[in-house]
Design a protein around this ligand. Structure first.
Ligand SMILES: Cc1cc2nc3c(=O)[nH]c(=O)nc-3n(C[C@H](O)[C@H](O)[C@H](O)COP(=O)(O)OP(=O)(O)OC[C@H]3O[C@@H](n4cnc5c(N)ncnc54)[C@H](O)[C@@H]3O)c2cc1C
Length: 289
């Protein structure tokens, strides 16, 4: 059986591994953290999976585990792939494995703000920042689903929160927006975070609102301004469009959110790209493509 290394244990990688197995291949799945990918960040029930109304993300991850187990697909969690060359997959700990093909489904990483203090924010998790409790609000920056979901989660755990967004309108789903309004969260629009400094208690945030600078003391800052593909050059030198089957020549196929058009990023499109990648590989190997 042809061995395929599937990198990434989010919906795309899991779907690809299951389809590869179903089509007679021998997939092995590597996940640098734990299975689930962005599902770990979804704290509200998922409303839009056909056949699974309001499923909790953690329940879906459990089903992934059961499904992979049922197909006897080896899964290596806590193992990060760093390079693929000459059919060798190289892991972060230096180990090497031979695989003729690589299905690469790395998902997305949080986009960073290019401001003074960003490095400090990036090197401290929100829970670290909230470990010492100061009587200041948490500042959430962004206008999409991630920002709104973070606001709701913080408010529900009894943190004071302020949301700022550089535009007038939000990208977040209407149901998220309604929830935040209902919770009475203060929202500043046309407002940008310009810099951040650690203070004796919490952090000092320098904010620009329609040309006026102001200073705000906050206990933590969460930057949720969007996501970008997490493609590492050593694993996929040429980011490939999801619709171009490049398996046979390159032996590498990118899939999932990392290459799906922004508007299509979702669990179902991740499933679909996993299926498409698996079918393309099998068709290429049979010489049908
Ligand atoms: C807050 C939030 C709410 C959402 N709500 C919904 C919703 O309601 N409905 C919906 O359809 N979608 C929703 N989504 C989007 C959905 O979760 C994503 O579209 C989907 O998870 C993308 O799957 P993926 O497998 O492409 O990537 P990911 O889920 O990002 O998985 C990629 C995985 O690859 C791993 N990885 C990356 N690089 C390596 C490496 N080098 N070695 C090993 N492992 C690696 C990562 O650790 C990660 O686990 C939401 C997303 C977020 C963040």
């Amino acid at each position: 059986m042809t061995q395929v290394a599937v990198i990434g244990g989010g919906p795309a990688g899991v779907s690809c591994a299951i389809w590869l197995k179903r089509l007679g291949m021998d997939p092995v799945l590597y996940e640098r953290r734990s299975l689930g990918g962005q599902l770990h960040d979804i704290t509200l029930p998922i409303p839009d999976l056909p056949g699974e109304p309001w499923i909790e993300a953690l329940a879906l991850i459990d089903r992934f585990k059961q499904h992979l187990h049922a197909w006897r697909i080896p899964v290596f969690e806590g193992q990060e792939a760093v390079e693929y060359r000459d059919r060798l997959l190289i892991l972060r700990d230096g180990r090497e494995r031979h695989y003729p093909f690589l299905a690469y489904a790395p998902g997305l990483k949080i986009r960073q703000l290019d401001i003074p203090g960003q490095e400090w924010i990036a090197s401290h998790s929100t829970s670290e920042m909230l470990m010492t409790s100061y009587p200041y609000p948490v500042l959430v920056v962004g206008g999409g689903d991630r920002a709104f979901e973070a606001v709701v989660r913080l408010a529900e755990t009894e943190h004071a929160v302020i949301l700022i967004h550089r535009r007038e309108r939000f990208r977040a789903r209407p149901d998220f927006q309604k929830k935040v309004v209902k919770l009475g969260i203060p929202i500043l629009v046309n407002t940008q975070l310009r810099s951040i400094e650690p203070a004796s208690e919490g952090l000092t945030a320098y904010i620009e609102e329609e040309g006026h600078m102001s200073v705000m003391r906050v206990s933590a800052v969460m930057i949720r301004i969007g996501m970008e593909p997490d493609i590492q050059p050593g694993l996929c030198p040429l980011p490939q469009s999801d619709v171009v089957p490049l398996w046979a020549d390159n032996r590498i196929r990118c899939l999932g959110d990392a290459v799906n058009p922004v508007a299509f990023r979702s669990i179902v499109s991740a499933y679909a790209s996993g299926m498409a990648a698996a079918k393309e590989l099998v068709m290429n190997l049979k010489g049908e493509a």
